[in-house]
Write a protein that binds this ligand. Structure first.
Ligand SMILES: Cc1cc2nc3c(=O)[nH]c(=O)nc-3n(C[C@H](O)[C@H](O)[C@H](O)COP(=O)(O)OP(=O)(O)OC[C@H]3O[C@@H](n4cnc5c(N)ncnc54)[C@H](O)[C@@H]3O)c2cc1C
Length: 531
């Protein structure tokens, strides 16, 4: 049985950086294990037409190396899936990581051997490894969710999830296609496939607020400036709550007249960016202020979509803007002006079952060649639970988390010594420009392991008390936010039947979170049990 100092689960942005840090800086014998046949994580799996980043390219990636930052040239405002994959391959090559990654192996179980202070892990190819430290870089949006709709197995056509899109080209030309789901991925995929298919029927559970991306080629001047400003950008990304370059101003919606306010909204709408939510400081905080932004977006949609009935379904919001993941789009609303696109409101016309030939709803029967599930993920906890981890005293993670995910800082779990999680539940993760959060986590974990090794320690474990305190802190912050005003949100597990209904990520912003983590480190991890 092969033994390593550290094993990393996943070879996406997190796994790659963690491998570099542990192997090249701490000189640890490290192996990354990846289910896919190549690196990239999200950007390896999400090959669906229209897949693109919503974070601006020059902010989405690694900032730990000035050389890497400056040697890669982003050419578009929002990079597409394939470009990000190329970028990650470029980084992987620079750091020579591939030789320490085992591909095509999915970790299916992990057991902590208390007497040896080692993790024993097993892959679906029956490979067994031992390691002292196990690091989950398995992603927060990597466990795809296909809803359990009656009859799916009987469907004679093909079906796909956007997050597991085949490498081989999917032929959609002149096909009759169903798309279920209108979240971030659904909003991206619909305009692209509508151009190819004979007919596209989109099934919407709830509408999402979406801002135009206004993607564009970056000018030479812009490219040269962001490279020149590397240090400034790096600092800036660490200072803002979301890890983007934009921050939230002090100004309130109500400091302005309606006309002035709408001028500010209009300017941001024309610019197109996630920063629309930062037009005013109170949009994400006060329901009253939020309503003004929601109304502005609603009016824009109503003015774009020709068919009034469809426009009404697309604007029948049941949540405040930003209480669910904000999305960007390229011609999403315009897509509904095409003759070959139909919208089904699942609130009034729910799916009864999937049939051999298509989908039966309460009011209709549809025939389809293909079904696309843009139905998202079992976010944050899903990838960890599927690892079937068993910690100290035979504690199963599934049981330990049956009422809520319990972590300290989203980084460590009581009863699971020497197990670190990157972007875990209880960390800012999905509420941020994720690579910024990833770098912070990888660096914290690396420092912690270095500390343990220098001090010749056997293990580190989060205490139940600190995990409880951390959950309370998250609840307090979430309850005071607009996030809890969303009826159905994957941020609080509503999309997965049986999943505990608690707010999962840490909603206090990156700088505050980083400070807490830094203090813990400076304090020599006194809050943890160290053996
Ligand atoms: C469609 C989409 C768009 C997104 N857009 C943005 C955006 O605009 N901005 C942003 O900041 N973030 C975005 N994200 C979030 C994105 O996931 C992160 O930005 C980032 O890519 C996460 O990197 P990661 O390495 O932590 O996780 P991932 O990229 O998810 O990689 C995890 C890897 O772990 C592997 N893995 C999981 N379980 C196992 C197992 N049991 N055994 C072996 N391997 C395993 C997976 O195969 C995967 O390759 C988006 C996510 C999706 C799905």
């Amino acid at each position: 049985m092969l033994q390593f100092d550290t094993i990393i689960i996943g070879a996406g942005i997190s796994g790659l950086y963690q491998l570099h840090k542990l192997r090249d800086e701490l000189n640890l014998k490290t192996l990354a294990i990846e289910e896919g046949s190549d690196i990239g994580g999200t950007w390896y799996w999400n090959r669906y037409p229209g897949a693109r980043c919503d974070s601006e390219s020059y902010t989405y990636g690694y900032t730990f190396s000035e050389k890497i930052y400056k040697n890669w040239t982003w050419k578009e405002k929002y990079p597409k899936q394939n470009t990000i994959l190329k970028y990650l391959k470029f980084v992987e090559k620079k750091l020579n990581l591939r030789k320490d990654i085992l591909f095509n192996n999915k970790i299916i179980s992990g057991k902590y051997l208390e007497k040896k202070d080692l993790w024993e892990i097993k892959t679906n190819k029956n490979k067994i490894f031992l390691c002292k430290y196990l690091i989950c870089a398995a992603g927060s949006l990597s466990a795809t969710n296909i809803p359990n709709i009656k009859g799916l197995k009987t469907f004679k056509g093909k079906y796909y999830h956007t997050g597991r899109w085949p490498k081989k080209k999917v032929n959609l030309k002149d096909q009759i296609v169903a798309q279920i789901g209108t979240g971030s991925s659904g909003i991206q995929v619909a305009p692209e496939i509508a151009k190819i298919v004979k007919k596209l029927v989109i099934f919407q559970r709830t509408p999402n607020f979406s801002i135009p991306a206004r993607n564009k080629k970056l000018t030479k001047e812009f490219i040269s400036n962001f490279k020149k400003d590397y240090e400034k950008i790096k600092k800036r990304l660490r200072k803002t709550p979301g890890g983007h370059t934009f921050s939230f101003p002090k100004r309130s919606v109500f400091d302005f007249t309606l006309k002035e306010r709408n001028k500010i909204y209009e300017k941001a709408w024309r610019k197109g960016s996630l920063s629309f939510r930062a037009c005013f400081g109170d949009i994400t905080k006060s329901l009253k202020a939020n309503k003004t932004a929601s109304k502005f977006i609603k009016d824009k949609i109503l003015n774009t979509v020709n068919d009034k009935k469809i426009a009404k379904i697309l604007t029948n919001f049941d949540h405040p803007f930003t209480s669910k993941r904000p999305t960007l789009n390229t011609n999403y609303y315009e897509t509904f002006n095409r003759k070959n696109v139909e919208l089904i409101d699942l609130k009034t016309n729910p799916i009864i079952k999937i049939t051999k030939k298509g989908i039966k709803t309460k009011n209709d029967n549809y025939n389809f060649d293909k079904i696309i599930f843009a139905t998202g993920y079992d976010a944050l906890t899903g990838p960890l639970l599927s690892l079937n981890l068993v910690g100290k005293k035979k504690t199963k993670l599934k049981n330990f988390w049956n009422k809520s995910p319990k972590t300290y800082l989203g980084l460590m779990i009581p009863n699971f010594p020497n197990l670190f999680v990157i972007q875990g539940p209880g960390s800012p993760s999905v509420l941020t420009n994720v690579p910024v959060q990833i770098e912070q986590h990888v660096e914290w974990i690396t420092n912690c392991i270095n500390f343990l090794n220098i001090k010749s320690k056997k293990s580190i474990e989060a205490t139940l008390g600190s995990a409880k305190k951390w959950s309370n802190e998250i609840k307090k912050l979430a309850d005071a936010s607009l996030f809890m005003k969303a009826k159905i949100s994957w941020y609080k597990g509503d999309n997965i039947p049986g999943k505990p209904k608690v707010f999962i990520p840490y909603p206090g912003g990156l700088p505050r979170y980083r400070n807490i983590c830094n203090k813990v480190e400076k304090n020599q991890y006194k809050e943890f049990l160290i053996k």
